[in-house]
Ligand binder design. Sequence first.
Ligand SMILES: [Fe+2]
Length: 185
Amino acid sequence: MDLRKRALELIDEYIKNTNLKKHLLATENLMRHLARRFGENEEIWALAGLLHDLDWEITKETPEKHPLIAVEILEKEGFPQEVISAIKKHNHLQGLIPETNLEKALYTCEEITGLIVAVALVMPNKKLSEVTVERIISKFKEPSFAKGVNREIILKAEEMLGLKLEELAEIALKAMQEISDELGL
Ligand SMILES: [Fe+2]
């Protein structure tokens, strides 16, 4: 079975919001690059990124169930256990402790994609190609900018994975620029 193909079908089935789909694609490619950085399985990491918010729209009214509904769906579908476990632990509100590199990476890194989208949108042509790492860092330090982005969680990448903010920003920017057409930025 082609798991990525099935993942995309599930996304079409459960997600209507285009920006959420783009967030999933951005996280997929970010996780692929992070897997490369840590010498881990790119396909597994990419799948975890792609599917992590699969139940976002279904759990809108019951946020305490995010991502437990996604976990149920993915278990039924037979996705690899590592993917499911990383997804299960990524919502820090669940209070679960990420243990593997994959779990730690999804937990700490996915929020930076939202910051990078916000930075792109304030550039003159609203393009990712105009964004720089310096710009991301300076906007990161401005708490009123893209307020919804949880800086505290992103900073945990350094203690959990030894990944400094600058390096994470560089990897994420590159990963997102690579798929800028799909992201429409
Ligand atoms: Fe997410």
